[in-house]
Design a protein around this ligand. Structure first.
Ligand code: F42
Length: 148
């Protein structure tokens, strides 16, 4: 079921365009990170302050039906805003990985569980390791499980 509310596109043009292309093509276009050929998904969240619907492309890291979401933001010093959206509304989340979005529940993982998922993420997208070196924050890791 779609998340109710007003959709507020990203203020960043290339991110906004990627979401639009992905959605309009049913995931057949705009489905890789520019210049890499590596697959992306589109994650819908609810804004933790505005309550508006937000859409964020992230790398596709799937393992046995679950997805890992890495709040790396290129190794920036602050968490991306969507981190706070997921923490505030972990049950108002959808993933699009192909033609149609589906509902998921997310949880942040820590310690040993984080280490296992982090390794999977770096295997799929090696730059995550560089991003962790670049920043003093521990990059948050979420596991997203499809709702039944
Ligand atoms: N970012 C990652 O962190 N990890 C990835 O694996 C990743 C992959 C990726 C692949 C393709 C691609 O196109 C982009 C990719 N990105 C990846 C970048 C990602 O899509 C985001 O652009 C990036 O992580 C920054 O996320 P952000 O949520 O900080 O985005 C900012 C620019 C943004 O949209 N800000 C909005 C704004 O209007 O300024 C706010 C959006 C928002 O959610 N607001 C909240 C609300 O309530 O509505 C709260 C506002 C607040 O201040 O608390």
């Amino acid at each position: 079921m779609a998340i109710d509310g007003v959709y507020e596109p990203s203020p960043v043009e290339w991110v906004r365009n990627q979401v639009e292309t992905y959605e309009q093509s049913g995931g057949t276009e705009g489905n890789t990170l520019r210049g890499t050929g590596l697959p992306v998904i589109v994650v819908t969240t609810r804004g933790n302050r505005s309550g508006r619907v937000r859409k964020t492309p992230l790398m596709r890291v799937e393992f046995e039906g679950q997805y890992v979401l890495i709040a790396s933001q290129g190794g920036a010093s602050k968490h991306p805003v969507w981190y706070h959206n997921l923490k505030a509304h972990p049950d108002s989340v959808e993933i699009q990985d192909g033609p149609a979005p589906f509902a998921v529940t997310v949880r942040e993982v820590t310690d040993g569980e984080r280490a296992v998922w982090w390794e999977r993420a770096v295997a799929a997208f090696a730059p995550y390791a560089d991003y962790q070196i670049k920043t003093e924050r521990v990059i948050p890791v979420f596991v997203a499980t499809p709702s039944r």
